[in-house]
Design a protein around this ligand. Structure first.
Ligand code: BGC
Length: 448
């Protein structure tokens, strides 16, 4: 028998986001956001589904907190819906929206569960999209106004703050590939959006420092370790370019205060370089307390002369995959953690998402026996443990996701939860993986 002990004070949690679970899309004065709008366009989402009801967490949050309690989970990552607070994105506050988060956060704290709050998990108020969205610098200031109110209201009771979730996904999937809201397809806009989001992150961190709050603040990046398909120099370069595109562009900006030279050159050759001031980079690299990373899979790359704008193609290997079609590659998490540790001065890291979608079924006993998910979690956690032994300053792990939920363009077809949702009845069924994870949390590690 082997025991994988995690460090004392290691933060164990689960994660969700507002649009994916709350529902109540037009309740109590909430404004429309870009996902409300995007999901209403036929053909954008699997079976034209939307987050109008989702897990109805807005109404069932007390039941959900009871489940967290029952499982002994002491940290919960959630996001705030900007349009519930400011229906137009700025100006007048919607008191009922604010009250919901007061009830939610106070209830968590009352039950001994620490909230980790993400300010922006993709649901921009539609009114701000109408003035250009993240491509418009004004939105940066509106975000800071929103952050200020949240810090004033909750800054003393929320110990962990995440400014943004996955700026790469917001910019590339939302503004270059057009598969996420707001559905734009233009690389130059996408990179401008990424820059403005990073700027808003830096400004919010500065504000947080100026308010002398006691908690920790950081940003969450979705990162993927990259590997060349072959030893060919061109494939090796392709892997480096993709690493620059997905990882280093964001990591270097936040942790080094500059964009990587090779990518600046490539983007300017392709005429997609965003406009920015040198001073922006100082703001973006305002010191953070931790780096949040979301890891699901690795990327294997091949050189491809015709692929715009990077000249790289992702290679689909014939290896075991999750229901998302993502290769299961736990060693990629280890490689990623080691690389960040080495290249970015041993920064404190929180894994703010890791988990897997599988095609779960409720069996004849009314149970969900999701051994495959336990296997995925086991393999990733043991790699995280290995990285800690090798000196990585990994401080916590939030499993994605607490509940099955609205998986963006995939609608409800993909289940990431450790709690099953029957969307017809809103019944919650605790999956085997939740009981397994509950033991990991209780033991502060894994007993083999
Ligand atoms: C996002 C989540 C999403 C998950 C699985 C991350 O990109 O932060 O909202 O559900 O990955 O796709």
């Amino acid at each position: 028998m082997q025991k994988y002990n995690f460090p004392k004070d290691f933060i164990w949690g689960v994660a969700t986001s507002a649009y994916q679970i709350e529902g109540a899309y037009n309740a109590d004065g909430k404004g429309e956001n870009i996902w409300d709008r995007f999901t209403s366009i036929p053909g954008k989402i699997f079976k034209n589904q939307n987050g109008n009801v989702a897990c109805d967490h807005y109404n069932l949050y007390e039941r959900d907190i009871e489940i967290l309690e029952e499982l002994g989970i002491k940290n919960y990552r959630l996001s705030i819906s900007w349009a519930r607070i400011f229906p137009k994105g700025y100006g007048e506050v919607n008191q009922q929206g604010l009250d919901f988060y007061k009830k939610l956060i106070n209830k968590l704290i009352e039950k001994g569960i620490q909230p980790a709050v993400t300010l922006y998990h993709w649901d921009l108020p539609q009114h701000l999209q109408d003035i250009g969205g993240w491509a418009n610098k004004k939105v940066v200031d509106y975000f800071v106004e929103y952050a200020e109110l949240m810090f004033k209201e909750f800054g003393n009771i929320v110990p962990i703050w995440i400014t943004h979730n996955e700026p790469w996904v917001v910019s590339i999937l939302g503004h270059a590939w057009g598969v996420h809201a707001p559905g734009i397809k233009d690389y130059k806009t996408a990179l401008q959006v990424a820059h403005n989001i990073l700027l808003s992150h830096g400004k919010a961190v500065r504000l947080y420092r100026n308010m002398s709050l006691k908690g920790r603040i950081g940003i969450t990046l979705n990162l993927s370790s990259t590997y060349p398909e072959t030893d060919d120099q061109k494939d090796i370069l392709a892997a480096k370019v993709y690493d620059g595109f997905m990882n280093r562009w964001f990591l270097d900006a936040v942790l080094k205060g500059s964009y990587p030279e090779d990518m600046l050159k490539l983007y300017s050759e392709q005429r997609i370089l965003p406009e920015f001031l040198e001073d922006d980079m100082k703001i973006i690299s305002e010191k953070i307390d931790f780096l949040g990373i979301n890891y699901y899979t690795r990327s294997v790359l091949r050189y491809d002369e015709n692929a715009y704008p990077l000249k790289v193609t992702m290679v689909d290997l014939d290896n075991p995959k999750t229901d998302m079609g993502w290769e299961i590659y736990p060693e990629g998490l280890f490689d990623l953690l080691i690389n960040i540790h080495k290249n970015y001065g041993g920064v404190d890291i929180l894994i703010t998402e890791n988990g897997a979608a599988f095609n779960d079924i409720v069996n004849y006993k009314g149970k969900v026996v999701d051994d495959y998910r336990i296997d995925y979690l086991y393999r990733h956690l043991t790699q995280a443990h290995r990285a800690i032994l090798d000196g990585v300053n990994l401080k916590g792990y939030f499993l994605w996701s607490f509940l099955d939920n609205f998986e963006w363009a995939e609608g409800y077809s993909k289940r990431f939860g450790i709690v099953f949702i029957d969307y017809k009845t809103q019944k919650r069924i605790i999956k085997d993986s939740a009981y397994w994870y509950s033991n990991v949390v209780k033991n502060n590690g894994i007993l083999d």
